[in-house]
Design a protein around this ligand. Structure first.
Ligand code: ARG
Ligand code: ASP
Length: 727
């Protein structure tokens, strides 16, 4: 194909694809009536837009919560849903993992053995977890952008916007116990306010053992076919007035406005499905320049650094059961994005994403130059954007190394960073010392519980070497240059020496140092090798990287906002959905398998048989609990089997979801709960940047497997009594 012909073909494909497409999109609930409901009903949905979102009556949105943390409740890390009118809520096992872990000890290991509260008294309180119900939304664009002009300086614009948002939030919260948050949509072209009722007493009710809740572990993570029983249960408590209250023993189970009916009917290929939840971040409208920087520079380096870290951790975990326990959560944390980035790069290549973006940009250029008015608004923005990306790329890479190989390379570097405050205290700050010391001691206890010095030494040596080998002198922290000279490039020798001397080598040394800390000891701290390194990275980052990077990104953000506005103006017939921003969205699509690659066609669901197929006591991730084997053998599936007599476990569908959607309710055409969203299939994880209905799949846990595990496996069937299960 000639280049020109290729271009024409791509433009043609883009034009065809420009109407509302089912599957793709994460939609704003208050706008469903205007943009989506007809399409949804055509796809099989049996209810109305008001059944999903209606301010003046109970509706499905009232059974969904965004899970957050005290202090930053609007950054929902997962989603949950109410399944009883006594506050019972379900989310994923990996969303409840921290809570489950925090109640676990060596003697009572709830991660390993699972946990089931056999009465309300046994439910376990969790400090700091919040559950937010959306009360209402409003388009506040006009108020936020009041007085904002196009020729305004970016900083002035942001200041004015901030001021307006503050006033809007105050006004919305006035005389209520609600909390409001205003967020930008479409890169700052629109603003919506969300008003929440935020509950703060969320107690752990139950979790299956990790051999079920995390079955397949990091091996199966981001993969289809999947067999993970990724769920845990909590109960939301309220004050006696049914309003949010901090934890108190005599709080009572929340009476929610709405809870989901649970359907045992299950799913078939092509069935309508819908997901409600709090997707975190997507970037669907970036330019080809941004995509190139991400997929050709930033992410390959981040993958390379993490591959090294994971290899080192894995080797030590395989050699010692203790290290495995200590490092498994950290390993999972590092591996999760590492695996997604790799799938993303492959997926974008497969879609020819960069060429598609380039074709759209060529079309945009032509359109932007077609009239004098358009020219004034949009001409030249793409070439400016291109130049800024060229300028920011080395800074972005330096930033990635500072993060991935610096602050998060070896863990003590991050820990040492927390000692910065302490090191600045002077004699006259004596009264500040004790509270700071107490805080650091707490950090230290948590830190060293999961720490192995030999692993840490290897991590430090390896990440510093990579930092040194991949970053030019201009962006290399002074201390790394010093180390290279002094140790002739032998970073392992450095790591040995550094930890022989450093107070961060173990808990005893650090506590000893903290126990009698006085401002006069700041000098000792300032000479500690790990502290020196940490300081040097943060100095370079703060002086050479962050300001320059921030300045260019501000310009890029402004251009992206203009580009977004232009894309919408250029395609007035197209219904756009805003990128995910941790606000409530509705996703809809259909249950579907997919063709993963040449000659490989996947079905849309998995069953317990697949778990037994994977069973291998030798492999940690696939060690099936004996009781589950027994249940399989005796086919004791109760009411939960499908019409073929199989025990369903997971299913795949075309809903366009992302991180944060974990735990989201998956509903059928009648709005009944049929599953819990928890992941995506690896071949389609580029959906955060470009969605493809052929291959992008969200992965859900079948609700029947949840009920089966609670009832038959855990013997906690009494929990089902408070649920509304329809056959
Ligand atoms: N990939 C899923 C998500 O992004 C699940 C991650 C947790 N599980 C794991 N094995 N690391 O959150
Ligand atoms: N596993 C993700 C989450 O925790 C969901 C996804 O990225 O698809 O939210």
């Amino acid at each position: 194909m000639t280049r020109k012909f290729k271009l024409i073909l791509l433009v043609a494909i883009l034009l065809i694809g420009s109407n509302v497409r089912a599957d793709e999109g994460m939609w704003i609930p208050m706008l469903l009536k205007k943009y989506n409901i007809e399409d949804m009903q055509k796809a099989g949905f049996k209810l109305t837009a008001e059944d999903i979102y209606e301010v003046n009556q109970a509706c499905l949105k009232d059974a969904v919560v965004g899970l957050g943390r005290e202090g930053r409740p609007f950054r929902h890390f997962c989603t949950g849903e109410l399944v009883s009118d006594e506050g019972l809520m379900i989310t994923n096992h990996h969303c409840g993992y921290g809570a489950i872990q925090s109640h676990s000890t060596l003697e009572r290991d709830y991660l390993k053995d699972g946990f089931w509260a056999m009465s309300r008294e046994e439910e376990l309180a969790n400090e700091g977890i919040t559950a937010s119900f959306l009360i209402r939304m409003a388009d506040v664009t006009d108020k936020v952008l009041d007085g904002v002009t196009e020729d305004m300086k970016e900083a002035d614009r942001q200041k004015l916007i901030k001021k307006h948002i503050k006033a809007i939030v105050e006004d919305a919260e006035k005389d209520t116990h609600y909390r409001a948050s205003v967020k930008a949509y479409f890169n700052g072209n629109q603003y919506f306010m969300a008003v929440y009722e935020i509950f703060k007493d969320v107690r752990l009710v139950g979790a299956p053992p990790s051999a079920i809740g995390k079955f397949g572990g990091d091996t199966d993570n981001w993969m289809w076919p999947r067999h993970t029983g990724d769920f845990s249960m909590f109960r939301i408590y309220a004050g006696k007035d049914n309003k949010p209250a901090s934890y108190a023993k005599d709080n009572v189970p929340l009476k929610p406005k709405q809870s989901f009916k649970i359907s045992l009917k299950g799913v078939n290929q092509d069935d309508f499905t819908m997901v409600f939840g709090y997707p975190g971040t997507t970037t669907e409208y970036l330019t080809s320049y941004a995509l190139k920087m991400m997929t050709e520079v930033d992410n390959p380096h981040k993958i390379k650094i993490r591959t090294k870290k994971l290899d080192l951790m894995r080797a030590d975990m395989d050699a010692s059961p203790l290290v495995r326990i200590q490092y498994s959560a950290k390993y999972a944390g590092v591996a999760n994005s590492w695996k997604r980035w790799q799938g993303e790069i492959k997926g974008l290549k497969r879609l020819n994403a960069i060429e598609k973006k380039e074709a759209l940009e060529a079309k945009f250029e032509e359109w932007a130059n077609s009239t004098p008015e358009l020219k004034k608004k949009y001409a030249g923005i793409l070439s400016k954007m291109k130049a800024y990306y060229a300028e920011v790329t080395p800074l972005s890479l330096a930033r990635d190394y500072a993060m991935e190989a610096g602050f998060r390379g070896a863990e003590t570097v991050g820990l040492a960073g927390k000692f910065k405050n302490l090191s600045t205290f002077k004699k006259e700050d004596a009264d500040k010392v004790q509270p700071e010391v107490e805080k650091l001691k707490k950090d230290a206890v948590k830190f060293y519980k999961n720490f192995n010095l030999p692993t840490e030494k290897k991590l430090l040596a390896a990440t510093l070497k990579m930092y040194n080998d991949n970053i030019s002198d201009e962006f290399l922290p002074e201390e790394i240059k010093n180390i290279k000279l002094k140790y002739k490039g032998d970073f392992e020798a450095y790591a040995e020496k550094a930890f022989a001397k450093s107070i961060f080598a173990n808990q005893e040394k650090l506590e000893q140092f903290l126990n009698n800390y006085k401002p006069s000891q700041a000098k000792k701290l300032s000479k500690d090798p790990v502290f020196v390194l940490s300081n040097s990275i943060s100095f370079l980052y703060g002086s050479k990287i962050a300001p320059a990077y921030g300045k260019i990104m501000n310009q890029i953000d402004k251009l992206q906002r203009t580009y977004m506005a232009g894309l919408m103006e250029m395609q007035p017939e197209k219904v756009f959905y805003p990128d995910a921003n941790s606000t409530f969205r509705v996703h809809y699509g259909k249950v579907s398998g997919y063709k993963a690659r040449n000659a490989v066609q996947y079905e849309h669901y998995t069953t317990l048989e697949g778990i037994i197929e994977k069973d291998n006591p030798e492999i940690f991730d696939y060690d099936v609990p004996q009781k589950l084997r027994d249940l399989y053998k005796s086919k004791d599936f109760g009411d939960y089997a499908n019409e073929k007599g199989e025990m369903p476990v997971c299913f795949a569908a075309t809903n366009h979801t992302t991180g944060g959607n974990s735990g989201s309710p998956v509903l059928n055409a009648n709005g009944e709960l049929i599953g819990l969203n928890f992941d995506r299939a690896w071949e389609g994880v580029m959906s955060d940047l470009m969605y493809d209905p052929e291959i992008c799949r969200n992965v859900s846990l079948d609700i029947r497997y949840v009920l089966f595990i609670v009832d038959k496996f855990a013997g906690a069937g009494y929990l089902l009594d408070e649920m509304n299960i329809v056959k």
